[in-house]
Design a protein around this ligand. Sequence first.
Ligand code: IPM
Ligand code: MG
Length: 354
Amino acid sequence: MKIAVLAGDGIGPEIVAQATRVLQALASDGLKIELEAAPFGGAGYDAHGDPLPPSTLRLAQQADAVLCGAVGGPKYDALPRPQRPEQGILRIRRELGLFANLRPAVLFPELVGASTLKPEVVSGLDILIVRELTGDIYFGEPRGRRSNARGEREGYDTMLYAESEIRRIVEVGFQTALKRGRKLCSVDKENVLETSRFWREVAGDIGKKYPQVELTHMYVDNAAMQLVRNPRHFDVIVTGNMFGDILSDEASMLTGSIGMLPSASLDARGKGLYEPVHGSAPDIAGRNLANPLATILSSAMLLRYTFNRDEWAYRIETAVKKVLSEGYRTADIFEPGTRKVGTSEMGDAVVAAL
Ligand code: IPM
Ligand code: MG
């Protein structure tokens, strides 16, 4: 099993280092993996003038799975758009056909106090957001700048979904709901957008194949409200690229820290890119402060979804639960009475718990 390791920028290298230690600890226990690193994002630009250098793309294409850290930083903010680190992530998603983005928001009981919401609202929270990742207004054409009839400048993008794109992501939503609480909420803006009217129609059509799953539809503004009002009402949410981007950041905060949340981006055959939901946090980069748990949990998702090794994934997740119950906390989830540790000490603790 070959894993391409794209650490990226900011805290990326620190947190990925801890996740690869965890994978290597399993390797010494019999898990057969081979890791190969390549520059990506700002680091790709620094090395080859391209946030997704051809050699990095080739490695990602050849590998069975990709483990990513995070990309971006102030150093790259002034670059023209094609060289920006974010373009690296958008292009790799597109090039590898990673249309299904799974973003779980699970609250560990030990962290109930770290959430900004009341314990009675969030305890037991276990939501999965299934976000479409290669379509929508992110990629729709035409887009750009122009002058309108009055000679005024305008910027424009195109929200667009083909039926096949909606079908395959909604199928993923139903399939994952089947393995969980059998509730699927499809989120759209059907009261305003044509794209959403079509989305809702196609989703409803697929729903006929899944009588075992309760399908509901919700407007995105209401979904944003329900996520903070009564988040446990949700089981699986399926939605488009843009709405999923926003709702997944919101959902992450329910769990106390965005530093805890892993994600998987899958193609049609289960090949995947695994990365924490959070960004590159340039403000704390290189200071051994970042929480590596989201990346470590992403490596667990990698073992589960690409390699079908549920038992190894479970070992990592159990080790993370154990270090939390032992009181280890990075700064983002620290509360008085727990043990504040740095990035590498958190990695030490997880490896020890394994
Ligand atoms: C995410 C990020 C990306 C996105 C950015 C970095 C392009 O916010 O993965 O959620 O918008 O998809
Ligand atoms: Mg985002």
